[in-house]
Design a protein around this ligand. Structure first.
Ligand SMILES: [Zn+2]
Ligand SMILES: [Zn+2]
Length: 406
């Protein structure tokens, strides 16, 4: 709909003398209809009627030619988005502060304050044109890609939404950390100490799982969020541990979970496996971090002389359903607040006895230090298996058999 009538007696008299406006800016600020697709024609009609001189886009003291730049930015954005997979996007336009304040000044002086701003107009037009041309949707709250057009420097930058992948992992081999540990000497840069790998260990659960995802999505980086973690020497068996893998700045968003799962599970048969892989939301990370899942452990320990089965059974009975108090263990005291933690032992039963060695199956509250229940950690954990048995014991191996509740 084209508005050919000027709503005012004389626009020219309202406009300060030092201001020269292009047809699009005149139409945008002085036609009675807003949100037009192109203000140029209505602006030209107003200009002719008002006998105002013609001003080229480049000479417009308000937009400095930006009103004429739509096609230019549209083709720049299309080029920047090439190679990316996405279904929604959003345009963010940066316009120089001087232009914005000059526009404010003119709008106030001419009583055009309720009209569409230059920024809004360009954003709207570029977004609409791109929706049509790309066949993608503008999404305001949570776009796959946010396109930032900096009109001052004529550059485009992309903010690409991370992909979040849920799954569960089992770890069959001891000696592998859950996450990448950076080398202490170089903090990840790579040095002689770490043979230029930047990490302290050759592999990690994080690395083994993330690599095929990074390859498939062409993401730039990742971060791994487990629902808790097991010690490096502890295996994670049973139904596995839930995790969320975040892929940062992915180029591809469609993932073949089946192929990645079988790829990982075949390649690392005796090391790790993954299952239940699927897309998830960022919020899942917080849910996993806050959750308190109780766990079932299998702990093998050894005394300095043979342990009687009857005694083991009695100790298990004492612990079952009881609450133990654990003062922050020596081995983690640099990383954890020093305090006494009360933890519930839901179940404890004898699984095996063999000379000096025995195996307990223990179900305990989230956050229980299992190794310390065995050793007593110099009396910091009370009660403990060594004291109850009257035999000092050390832990031979520990497995997580099940993480409950997720
Ligand atoms: Zn203009
Ligand atoms: Zn290093």
């Amino acid at each position: 709909m084209i508005d050919t009538t000027s709503p005012r007696k004389s626009i020219q008299k309202e406009i300060p003398l030092d201001v020269r406006l292009c047809d699009t800016c005149i139409g945008r600020l002085f036609s009675s209809t807003i949100n037009q697709e192109d203000y140029a024609e209505v602006g030209r009609n107003i200009r002719i009627k008002e006998k105002m001189v013609s001003v080229s886009y480049e000479d417009c003291t308000l937009c400095e030619g930006l009103s004429n730049g739509k096609e230019h930015y549209i083709s720049m954005v299309k080029q920047a988005l090439e190679g990316y997979e996405y279904s929604t996007f959003l345009i963010g336009l940066h316009i120089h502060e001087d232009i914005l304040s000059e526009e404010q000044r003119i709008m106030q002086l001419t009583d055009a304050a309720e009209k569409e701003t230059l920024k809004n107009y360009l954003n709207r037009c570029i977004g609409l044109a791109l929706e049509k041309e790309l066949g993608k949707e503008v999404h305001f709250a949570d776009p796959d890609i946010m396109v930032i057009i900096d009109t001052t420097f004529d550059v485009i930058s992309l903010q690409i939404k991370s992909l979040f992948i849920y799954g569960r992992y089992q770890k069959y081999k001891r000696g592998i950390p859950q996450t990448k540990w950076f080398c202490r000497s170089c903090r990840g840069k790579g040095c002689r100490d770490c043979q230029y790998s930047g990490t302290r260990y050759d592999s990690s659960v994080e690395g083994l799982i993330a690599d095929p995802f990074l390859k498939q999505t062409l993401g730039l980086d990742e971060s791994f969020h487990g629902a808790g973690r097991e010690d490096i020497d502890v295996r994670m068996l049973g139904n596995g541990r839930p995790f969320v893998l975040e892929i940062k700045q992915p180029q591809k968003r469609t993932i073949d979970f089946q192929s990645i799962q079988s790829q990982i599970n075949k390649k690392y048969t005796d090391i790790i496996s993954v299952h239940q892989l699927d897309y998830t939301q960022k919020e899942t990370i917080a849910r996993l971090k806050e959750a308190h899942f109780s766990k079932i452990y299998r702990v093998t320990f050894e005394g300095n002389h043979p342990i009687e089965k009857e005694k083991l059974k009695k100790v298990a009975q004492t612990l079952r359903g009881n609450t133990i108090n654990q003062f922050t263990p020596t081995r983690v005291e640099l990383r954890r607040a020093k305090m006494v933690r009360a933890r519930k032992i839901y179940d404890c039963r004898v699984d095996e006895v063999n000379g000096n060695k025995a195996v307990y199956i223990i179900e305990a509250e989230s956050g229980t230090y299992i190794k310390e229940i065995v050793t007593g950690d110099n009396g910091r954990t009370q009660p403990n298996i060594s004291d109850l048995l009257g035999v000092p014991c050390i832990v031979c191996s520990l497995d997580v058999l099940e993480i409950k509740g997720e």
